[in-house]
Design a protein around this ligand. Structure first.
Ligand code: NAD
Ligand code: NA
Length: 398
């Protein structure tokens, strides 16, 4: 079929298999250009492995460190004249490239929050790899069905305490407008968001993997968090999602005690703000990202998910002398360049100036758009979007 982008709000309903494959190939090329990650991981489980930071983690592990990888995700193949999801095509392309490079790569498509998918993953590890030495937890989801109680939770993106009013942008049209977001009405909004995006499911994974005896001595696990600038604090770090991130970060202590007898270590890495399917859903954040991109590109310090994940592996988790640099709260920081004072000062200045009229000049809104469409395999010069393509691409191991 011929596949064009079709968007609804911040969602792209279609994906292009050749464009997503090119996106994966570009990420692999980047990692290979950087060279081998010394002392890197060898058998890696990535939970949330199909898009954003998760697929980039999988690529960094496989092509930077020669790791065997198992990826868990929730994606859809093509059906009834509809293309598959971007994460489906990403995973198909990744496995094909990994297999051609002689690397083990298998995937599990299902609900990572469920006990069934956890058991399926354990069975696959036992059958093929024996043990895992790195578990990457990179899930982002708006809902979770609790595996023990069956309760379905939906997260919300709301401030706590008072209404938050600021600027936002529709990145398709470039229209900057004022937005007011009402605060939570009850503690339930916080509890639901923690239930979806907090640390409980990460803990369940590590408990189950540990009890099954499939974690190698010295295993590491890492989950991803975000802090960001003060101007997004009301909607992000001090809002409902921030409460979930606090919970996720606190879960490292619990997991460290679970992993004691295998000398395991749990970390949270605070990553940079980037265009992903999840971040485009957060109000105000796309305008911040488009200004941030402008400033960081001008300073020559811009990174995408693959640059971030290569740096996380090479300069943080697997350093030459084995020490992992941490902040005062025990977190890994690869948002260090985003949070530099000179970067934040310039973004804040641009933020106060931003209007519909000047946005194309003072921001990198076009870079935002390109990144957004690239996630779905669109806006690549090398792809002929008028041509027929085979949408029925399969993930080899599924
Ligand atoms: P993403 O939407 O690109 O990726 C989410 C992944 O989770 C996908 O692989 C998806 O298939 C998987 N997933 C979702 N629900 C699932 C389910 N029920 N079962 C199995 N798999 C499921 O998101 P992302 O932006 O890469 O986010 C990953 C993590 O990084 C999140 O914790 C996020 O908060 C964090 N983070 C994101 C940013 C950012 O700017 N995007 C910055 C810092 C930290
Ligand atoms: Na290293």
């Amino acid at each position: 079929m011929i596949i064009k982008p079709r968007t609804r709000g911040f969602i792209c309903l279609t994906s292009h298999p050749d464009g997503t494959a090119l996106n994966i190939k570009n990420q692999i090329d980047y990692v290979q250009s950087k060279g081998t990650i010394e002392n890197g991981p060898k058998k890696v489980l990535v939970i949330g492995a199909s898009t954003g930071f998760g697929i980039s983690s999988r690529i960094a592990a496989a092509f930077g460190s020669g790791a065997a990888t198992i990826g868990v995700f929730f994606e859809k193949p093509a059906a009834e004249g509809k293309p598959g999801t971007a994460g489906w095509y990403n995973s198909a392309a990744f496995e094909k490239e990994a297999h051609e490079a002689g690397l083990y790569a298998k995937s599990i498509n299902g609900d990572a929050f469920s006990d069934e998918v956890k058991q399926q993953t354990i069975d696959l590890i036992k059958k093929d790899l024996g043990t895992i030495d790195l578990v990457v937890y990179s899930l982002a989801s708006p809902r979770r069905t609790h595996p023990k109680t069956g309760v379905a939770y939906a997260s919300v993106l709301k401030p706590i305490g008072q209404t938050f009013s600021n600027k936002t942008v529709d990145f398709h049209t470039g229209v900057v407008s004022d937005i007011s977001i009402n605060p939570i009405e009850s503690q339930e909004d916080i509890d639901n968001t923690i239930a979806v995006m907090g640390g409980e499911d990460w803990k369940f994974w590590m408990e189950d993997l540990h009890n099954a005896g499939v974690l190698a001595n010295g295993v590491k696990t890492v989950a991803y968090s975000y802090i960001g600038p003060e101007l997004t604090f009301p909607i992000y770090r001090n809002g409902t999602i921030g409460q979930a991130k606090n919970d996720l970060e606190a879960t490292t202590t619990t997991i460290n005690s679970i992993l004691k007898d295998v000398n395991g270590e749990a970390y949270v890495s605070v990553n940079k703000a980037l265009v992903t399917q999840s971040s485009s859903a957060i109000p105000v954040v796309p305008l911040y990202i488009s200004l941030l991109y402008k400033v960081m590109k001008e300073k020559g310090i811009h990174e995408g998910t693959i640059e971030q994940m290569y740096r996380l592996f090479n300069d943080r988790l697997y350093t030459t002398d084995g020490t992992i640099p941490l902040d005062n709260e025990g977190r890994i920081r690869v948002d260090d360049w985003e949070m530099r004072a000179d970067v934040q000062e310039e973004v804040a200045k641009l933020w106060s100036q931003a209007t519909t009229e000047n946005l194309e000049q003072i921001s990198d809104i076009q870079g935002y758009r390109d990144d957004f469409f690239n996630l779905f395999g669109f806006n690549f010069d090398a792809i002929d979007y008028e041509a027929e393509t085979n949408e029925m691409v399969q993930v080899p191991s599924i």
